[in-house]
Design a protein around this ligand. Structure first.
Ligand code: ADE
Ligand code: ZN
Length: 325
């Protein structure tokens, strides 16, 4: 079975990573102090103890309030810079990072400061060998109107953003709610992805919508297609990437879903392995490969396939893919 050194040494792309999900307890405390934000915790241990959840909803209830400490352009830079250094140490060479502007603009933080700080860190990561891009996520538990306004606010920054995604609470917020916003995003030239979280109510119908009605270029999670052979075949035939997050799965569903992930991999689906919200779930990308490899007994060759898939499912040019593969 592959070692941690082998996994970290493989060039990888990370395609499912929420920048706000990389807020480590020590940085949270530093930013709270720097910005004079009152938070309920005063030590790293207390912050860690507050990271308790067993479902997507209970995770999100901890996750969003923690973001209040992110205020200035420098805060967003510091958050992304810290993540990118960790990613480099894990062998990540290319990353497409989600961010949630609405979680900040609703608190009065200017959109330009969020994108500005994140982009400054992304551009600098080239100095240590990481090519970093941004994907703007809409919060699906907010209105379609709010998403549409956020999309228009992003237009001046279009060149700094590769695509758009959809995250937060899936229950009662199906893909179809955002069909018009995503059609407009496509017109603006953005690539499209959406979360289809693990074991959600209506999961199969939501996955069908993202493929057939929205026409996404990738699916985040989407592991539940395993229940539906027609969807597996559709995703395989179209070469659509799935961004799976084993350690995250084990928190939001108490199961890594390794059996399902490996079944899809062996069926020829472009499965990729990612860390989702590593500061909350306690594992960056190499730890996710490691957990899956150990749990499912993957061969080194299968781990190499996962790493290759990560570039193939990425949104870099075919020319750039050839340089990594
Ligand atoms: N926000 C951060 N991580 C998420 C996930 N896995 N699903 C939905 N929303 C999220
Ligand atoms: Zn996610």
């Amino acid at each position: 079975s592959p070692t941690r050194e082998f996994i970290a040494g493989l060039p990888k792309a990370e395609l499912h990573l929420h920048l706000e999900g990389t807020l480590e307890p020590d940085l949270k405390l530093t930013l709270a102090q720097r910005n004079g934000i009152e938070i309920p915790q005063s030590t790293v241990e207390e912050v860690e103890a507050s990271y308790q959840f067993d479902s997507l909803a209970s995770f999100l209830a901890v996750y969003y309030p923690a973001m209040d400490v992110l205020v200035t352009e420098q805060d967003f830079y510091d958050l992304a810079h810290a993540y990118l250094l960790r990613a480099a140490a894990d062998g990540v060479r290319h990353v497409e990072m989600f961010f949630d502007p609405q979680a900040h603009t609703v608190r009065g933080v200017p959109f330009a400061d969020v994108v500005g700080g994140y982009h400054r860190a992304a551009a600098e990561a080239a100095d240590f060998g990481v090519d970093a891009e941004l994907i703007l996520c809409f919060l699906r538990d907010h209105s379609a109107e709010s998403a549409a306004a956020t999309l228009e606010a992003s237009a001046p920054f279009k060149d700094l953003i590769l695509g758009v995604g959809l995250d937060s609470d899936e229950r009662d917020n199906p893909p179809a709610k955002f069909a018009a916003v995503f059609a407009r995003a496509r017109e603006l030239g953005y690539l499209l992805t959406m979360h289809c979280d693990i074991d959600q109510v209506g999961s199969i119908e939501n996955i069908r919508q993202v493929i057939e009605d929205i026409g996404v270029d990738r699916i985040d999670h989407g592991t539940n297609i395993v229940e539906n052979p027609e969807l597996v075949e559709l995703v395989r035939a179209r070469g659509l990437g799935l961004t799976c997050c084993p350690v995250s799965n084990s928190f939001v569903t108490s199961d890594m879903k390794s059996t399902e992930i490996v079944e899809l991999l062996r069926a020829g689906v472009k499965v990729t392995i990612n860390s989702d919200d590593p500061a909350y779930f306690g594992g960056y990308v190499a730890a996710n490969y490691m957990a899956l490899a150990e749990h499912a007994g993957l061969s080194s060759a299968e781990v190499v396939t996962l790493a290759k898939n990560s570039f193939e499912a990425s949104w870099i040019t075919d020319e750039d893919k050839a340089a990594y593969l």
